[in-house]
Design a protein around this ligand. Structure first.
Ligand code: SF4
Ligand code: SF4
Length: 147
């Protein structure tokens, strides 16, 4: 389904010119908007290169909710099982450890050195991991990220 907003895009390119991510990656947000109107973009890796900084959305002269649209397109892609391997791995970490990026021994040692205790998460309360897993399962998250 297409967002009504994107149909008003007149391809001015302000979004692309404002996009910090596009300066370093192949992301061309103007093209994503254009393509999403006429075809399924779930397979496009550029969909995942947006950092959701909202620059484009703030500047679009048509007031198109570009970043929200990218997030919607991503959700659509995930529902079709299209998700980059790196992101799938992060999701797996979340399910297994309760953290997208769990602390390892090296980082724990660094924290200790500067006087930081364990964060108020499953690192500090390992028993809470079971609850985190139950919550994620209840949302169907584990099924969504299966290969
Ligand atoms: S800034 Fe808005 S109108 Fe211009 S190309 Fe991007 S989405 Fe289209
Ligand atoms: S929200 Fe995404 S697409 Fe828009 S400017 Fe930021 S990185 Fe680029």
């Amino acid at each position: 389904m297409k967002s009504k907003d994107t149909l008003t895009c007149f391809q001015c390119g302000t979004c692309t010119a404002s996009c910090p991510s596009g300066r370093y990656t192949s992301l061309n947000v103007r093209r994503i908007v254009k393509d999403s109107i006429k075809k399924d973009v779930s397979d496009e890796p550029e969909l995942w290169m947006c950092t959701t900084c909202y620059n484009c959305m703030e500047r679009c002269p048509r007031g198109i909710r570009i970043t929200d649209e990218i997030l919607r397109l991503r959700s659509e892609a995930v529902r079709k099982g299209k998700i980059l391997l790196a992101h799938r791995n992060v999701c797996r970490y979340l399910i297994e450890t309760g953290h997208a990026i769990p602390l390892d021994d090296a980082h724990n040692a660094m924290r200790e050195k500067i006087g930081l205790s364990l964060p108020e998460t499953v690192h500090k309360y390992p028993k809470a991991l079971r609850e985190v897993k139950t919550l994620l399962k209840s949302t169907g998250f584990d099924e969504l990220i299966k290969e």
